[in-house]
Design a protein around this ligand. Structure first.
Ligand SMILES: Cc1cc2nc3c(=O)[nH]c(=O)nc-3n(C[C@H](O)[C@H](O)[C@H](O)COP(=O)(O)OP(=O)(O)OC[C@H]3O[C@@H](n4cnc5c(N)ncnc54)[C@H](O)[C@@H]3O)c2cc1C
Length: 535
């Protein structure tokens, strides 16, 4: 429910960048509204490689500034989202046939260490052939010359990171409307200045005008589509490229560390231990189709399977080994020609004045740099409006789940006070951090909420109730995919449906017909987005 009609700032899109801008602006005293057509973190911010990284590959394109900024933000995230972002050891195996030989890899590693001189993670190490084979025994040994070992970081669930950024924004007064598309950017009588946006309330079918002199269009791959609603013909901003991933169960020869290796065509790609499974990707292909219909194609899936079987011969992965796949569209700046891999990953905060004043679009960016992007965007808006705002504080302010707590102590307390197994306690603390006990408080009202929601992931029923009551989940798909994280388990959340329906009826007073309808919608979502069945 929206409380007001006038805002200092309206943000279109609740991906990580929209969330970051909302938090920064709210913390600096602005009255903020976020409008999202679907759910929080339901697009590009979810369908990526889940790395918080400097971007070693950008060194090849001499984007030293971007790498330095990313490495600094990696450090910030390890500190301010410590329950969600963890160090990730990686290895680059070097083969005689590789495009990048030992000297180039070593130079890249040295530059990476230099650009992260103030990091908390260990420096790189070059490994001999024997050391590399020992560390990752499944690697193809033929032509293996050695390897580089280094550290980056992983955010297992960017969905939770984005949610927590918005929870903090909400604590500081921001309002967030999900499942509410922006239908139009409204202009004033001069037709050259923003006067607000028109939104559609999907639940009621009614449209409403929101008043604001500042609108930031953070709609990712939809940026151009949103701009056309202003009625102006504006230059194309986005040249999206599709990146796909596959998810497989642990396999024969699977590495203990993440591998960053050359695929069959020489492109670097990742094999990453993730969420008890393996995340393998990505591809990088021009994507001209609507962003809504994006999915991993059979060719991309084959490419990732073949590359992995070549790198780790005992894996013998087949099409049936793929538990699910997903794809996202990188909202990169439009360039009329060129290889997708060479397009800059740097973000642009584009001011549409003088054609339209009060309107900015965000182009490009990475998960890793969402905070610095947000700071820059709010500074630019404030400068244009002549606002004197408080200084940005997000670089040192922990997210709600990262506030003062000791994870091991908390796990012990959950076991002692709520009878959780240590595995269940560890899972809850790793997802909710300092907020874990808020979920378990629900057991005092209904002890049966400690029962299993999803056998495959170990999630409990209380998490579903918590998601619906306190974490802005509007339906079962939001709760399973982007709150409890059950949807990214080995069974893609389908193992939870029966328990979920019972929980919704018993504890949230849903009627069975509605709950069953939501379960069907979830099945369709999973089949469409994660391609659990052959298309
Ligand atoms: C394959 C791939 C791998 C990647 N890997 C990494 C990585 O490992 N590390 C990293 O740092 N970065 C990575 N990235 C980049 C990163 O994921 C993106 O840059 C970032 O998520 C973009 O976030 P965003 O908020 O700008 O866009 P999005 O997350 O796409 O959010 C835009 C939101 O706007 C909403 N919206 C659209 N139209 C409207 C409308 N009319 N009204 C209301 N809302 C609307 C959409 O529903 C969506 O939720 C990767 C990207 C891809 C595609």
């Amino acid at each position: 429910m929206k409380k007001h009609n006038h805002y200092d700032l309206v943000i279109i899109g609740a991906g990580i960048n929209g969330a970051g801008i909302a938090r920064d602006a709210a913390l600096r005293g602005l009255k903020v509204l976020v409008v999202e057509q679907n759910d929080i973190c339901s697009a590009t911010s979810a369908w990526n490689s889940r790395l918080v990284h400097g971007g070693l590959r950008y060194l090849e394109h001499k984007e030293l500034g971007l790498v330095r900024e990313s490495l600094r933000e990696r450090e910030n995230l390890l500190r301010t989202a410590s329950h969600l972002v963890h160090p990730l050891p990686l290895m680059i195996p070097i083969y005689a046939s590789n495009r990048r030989g030992p000297t180039i890899v070593r130079m890249g590693m040295l530059a990476y260490d230099l650009l992260s001189y103030d990091k908390s993670l260990p420096r790189h190490r070059m490994l001999s052939r024997q050391q590399a084979a020992q560390k990752a025994a499944g690697l193809d040994q033929k032509q293996l010359k050695g390897a580089a070992q280094y550290y980056d970081a992983q955010v297992t669930f960017p969905e939770r990171l984005t949610l927590e950024i918005l929870l903090c924004a909400r604590e500081n007064g921001a309002e967030i409307l999900t499942h509410t598309p922006v239908k139009r950017i409204n202009l004033d009588e001069t037709n050259s200045a923003v006067s607000g946006v028109r939104i559609l309330n999907r639940a009621t079918g009614e449209e409403e005008d929101i008043v604001s002199k500042c609108v930031v269009n953070v709609s990712g791959p939809w940026v151009d589509q949103v701009l056309t609603t202003s009625g102006h013909t504006l230059p194309r901003q986005i040249g999206g490229t599709r990146g796909s991933h596959i998810v497989v169960a642990p396999f024969s020869g699977a590495p203990q560390v993440a591998l960053y290796a050359e695929a069959e065509d020489g492109r670097p790609y990742f094999t990453i231990p993730w969420n008890g499974l393996f995340l393998i990707g990505t591809t990088d292909l021009h994507h001209e189709e609507p962003p809504d219909s994006v999915h991993a194609t059979e060719e991309e899936i084959d490419y990732l399977l073949n590359s992995t079987n070549r790198l780790l011969p005992s894996a013998q992965l087949e099409r049936d080994s793929v538990l699910y796949s997903y794809a996202g569209v990188r909202p990169l700046p439009y360039v009329p020609a060129g290889q997708p891999g060479t397009i800059t990953r740097r973000h642009i905060v584009h001011d549409h004045s003088p054609q339209i004043t009060g309107l900015w679009s965000i182009i490009g960016g990475k998960l890793t740099t969402y905070r610095s992007l947000a700071e820059e965007a709010v500074n630019k808006v404030a400068a244009a409006q002549g606002w004197r705002l408080a200084r940005c504080s997000t670089h040192h302010r922990p997210l709600p789940g990262a506030r003062r707590h000791n994870a091991r102590e908390l796990e012990k307390r959950l076991c002692a006070n709520y009878g959780l197994t240590s595995l269940a306690a560890r899972r809850i603390v790793s997802i909710y951090g300092a907020r874990s006990e808020d979920i378990l408080e629900l057991l005092s009202e209904a002890p049966e909420l400690a029962e299993n929601l999803s056998p495959e992931t170990g999630a409990i029923k209380a998490e579903l109730v918590f998601a619906m009551r306190y974490e802005m989940a509007a339906n079962l798909t939001d709760a399973l995919m982007r709150r409890t994280m059950v949807g990214l388990g080995p069974a893609a959340g389908l193992d939870a449906l029966e328990n979920a329906v019972a929980t919704l009826c018993q504890h949230l007073n849903w009627d069975r017909h509605t709950a069953m309808g939501q379960a069907d919608e979830f099945r369709q979502y999973v089949a469409h987005t994660l391609r659990t069945q052959d298309p």
